[in-house]
Design a protein around this ligand. Structure first.
Ligand SMILES: Nc1ncnc2c1ncn2[C@@H]1O[C@H](COP(=O)(O)OP(=O)(O)OP(=O)(O)O)[C@@H](O)[C@H]1O
Length: 595
């Protein structure tokens, strides 16, 4: 069988992840906006050294002077060179906007981090303060400040920074709140990392993107506010800024309209460039890359154990065509250190109505195999070789819209961690309704009644109460039943269940297995079941494939593999199960004698 991807992958234009500056340059908007801003900063930095006239150097013969070789943009009402003033104004306007941004970040970001991470009295006080600040009309406060402190552009811009800092506070607060409850933050705490380190390492990355986007908008807003203050004649008359040039142009619009055009173009282009660049930068920083990319440049099959899996000759071979057929699948992750292959040479078939179990120790590649079929490999993961055919359609090199046509429609998924797979912000009912309405196009009422039926079908005793509950109000076993209800809601042909009972206690495990078995029989659904538990395999599966270090080493019917395990690794796995040794008896309570 030709591995579809090895052939098609060579012709793909997908590239490996490249550095951030390169990604920005490759993005046309990033390139245009970035080049403009680079030029602007260059003009601001070295422009004043290059122009021939000072910003206030008046020449009576150049009053409203025309464009000439000496004065490339002509002269203004006082005979000053417009180009020179524009260049000096670029430095001052950018510096003024930078002051606003620095002050706003310095005040808003740390406050948002502390309030979001720690909460407590600081959180309440700062939230109140931010609310008050946001309710103040910035321009009115600036005008009042101007009358008290005088025409200092720097102070006005710093005050504007303070006024706008609650925007940073709010956005950082919300982002930090979002990650604060994540398990990896708890794990970092449990590992003894200091709060400062956790914030620096884990939390800052979550606030990076919104802060960048906001900064680009605030830079533009600061330039506009500064221009407005100067335009109203309230700025420092000594300093040439785009706003003061705009004001002068406006007063002389009938005489020399171009005096208005130059600063207006500079302000407009700069605001647009900052916003565009911020958006592109945010997108590139957050870009997870195509979830599923087919590029395999530089990947080579791993050396080491090769050869086909030990396959038991089946006497009960299904006669129907396989629903799912995976051939020579290889999955690898790319990082700066190169490729790391986590699944290789995996071939398996799942027939309609069959339960095929993938078993192996932790890290053997079971989940990666399952996620490849769903097209849900995490960032950096790629199907680098092989083919995945579902009911005749090749999924290995399918684009996301093809995969979306199968996921949640013909292929259901039951994940490992039930509670982490339900969105805490929505009720269980909402999360069940949404796919039924969007995927199956049911009306709200029909979807509601079907959801309640499903909840009852998966053994939830009070479906209405669970329907209206939030995930934190239900137990893990209940949440797993909800997810199973969601997976079967579209009556899929195949369910991929990734260790569906691992996170549950033993009694609930048995109930969930029974439920899966019943549903599988009722709907005739095929199932690819990922597990590391032979008890689960014996309980529910028809076929089992044993995985070791990313490869299937043995495959056959459950009866065959249990009766006659051939691969030493399979025998080791069986050997690791509890044997027939007598039980140790009850534990002795501390300080008491065992009965
Ligand atoms: N995002 C990732 N980046 C790099 N390597 C990864 C990533 N996710 C998983 N791996 C690697 O892929 C290998 C297979 O992982 P996989 O999750 O498939 O194991 P598993 O057999 O399902 O184990 P478990 O039972 O613990 O879930 C592991 O060695 C793991 O380190």
């Amino acid at each position: 069988m030709t591995p579809a991807l090895v052939l098609s992958g060579q012709n793909r234009t997908d590239r490996l992840p490249v550095s951030l500056p390169m990604r920005l340059v490759r993005n046309p908007l990033g390139l245009i906006a970035g080049s403009y801003l680079f030029l602007l900063v260059l003009v601001a930095a070295i422009g004043p050294l290059l122009v021939s006239f000072g910003p206030s150097q008046a020449d009576i013969s150049n009053v409203f002077g025309p464009i000439s070789a000496e004065h490339l943009l002509g002269g203004d009402s006082a005979g000053r060179d417009v180009l020179s003033r524009l260049v000096y104004a670029t430095s001052l306007s950018l510096l003024g906007a930078a002051i606003t941004v620095v002050v706003a970040i310095a005040a808003g970001v740390p406050a948002g981090l502390i309030a979001g991470y720690r909460g407590g009295w600081f959180g309440e006080l700062s939230a109140w303060f931010a609310g008050v600040m946001l309710s103040l009309p910035a321009i009115v406060v600036l005008l009042a400040a101007r009358s008290v402190i005088g025409p200092s552009m720097w102070l006005i811009m710093a005050i504007f920074g303070v006024l706008i800092s609650p925007s940073y506070y709010r956005i950082v607060f919300t982002s930090v709140r979002g990650v604060r409850e994540e398990l990896y933050i708890d794990a970092a705490r449990a590992a003894g990392l200091s709060d400062l380190r956790i914030v620096g390492r884990h939390v800052l990355s979550a606030v990076r993107a919104p802060v960048i986007l906001l900064t680009s908008g605030i830079f533009g807003a600061a330039i506009a506010i500064q221009a407005a203050v100067d335009f109203l004649g309230l700025g420092d008359p000594e300093l040439p800024t785009w706003g003061s040039m705009l004001s002068e142009g406006f007063y002389n619009i009938s005489r020399t309209p171009m005096l208005l055009v130059w600063p207006a173009i500079a302000i407009a282009l700069t605001c647009v460039a900052f916003t565009l660049f911020g958006t592109v930068l945010r997108d590139e920083l957050e870009r997870t890359g195509p979830v599923r990319s087919y590029g395999n440049q530089g990947w080579t099959p791993p050396s080491g154990e090769t050869g086909a899996a030990l396959t038991h000759a089946r006497t009960d071979q299904p006669t129907t065509a396989p629903l799912l057929e995976v051939d020579n699948l290889a999955v690898a992750y790319h990082s700066d250190a190169g490729w790391r292959t986590v699944v290789h040479d995996v071939s398996l078939k799942v027939h309609p109505g069959e339960v095929h179990a993938l078993i192996g120790e932790s890290g053997s590649g079971k989940t990666q195999t399952a996620w490849s079929i769903l097209g849900l490999l995490p960032q950096g993961g790629r199907v680098v070789s092989g083919s995945i055919r579902f009911d005749g359609t090749e999924l290995a090199d399918a684009n996301d819209s093809v995969l979306t046509g199968f996921r949640g429609r013909r292929i259901g998924y039951v994940p490992q961690e039930p509670l982490s797979n339900l969105d805490p912000s929505y009720t269980v009912g909402h999360q069940l309704l949404e796919p039924l309405r969007v995927v199956q196009g049911l009306s709200r009422e029909a979807a509601r009644s079907r959801s309640l039926d499903l909840l009852s079908r998966v053994g939830i005793p009070a479906p209405r109460r669970v329907f209206d509950s939030y995930p934190h109000e239900i137990s893990g076993g209940m949440a797993q039943r909800v997810l199973i209800a969601g997976a079967v809601s579209c009556e899929p042909d195949l369910i991929i269940a990734d260790e569906p009972t691992t996170a549950l206690d033993v009694t609930v495990q048995a109930e969930i297995l029974q439920l899966l078995r019943d549903l599988q029989l009722e709907f005739g659904t095929a199932m690819l079941l990922v597990t590391h538990n032979f008890g689960v395999v014996a309980d529910i599966a028809n076929t089992v494939s044993v995985m070791k270090e990313g490869k299937i080493v043995e495959t056959g019917s459950v009866e065959q593999v249990f009766a006659e395990p051939r691969h030493p690794y399979t025998r080791d796995l069986f050997g690791a199960l509890l044997g027939d040794a007598p039980s140790r008896g009850p534990l002795t309570p501390i300080g008491k004698t065992a009965p």
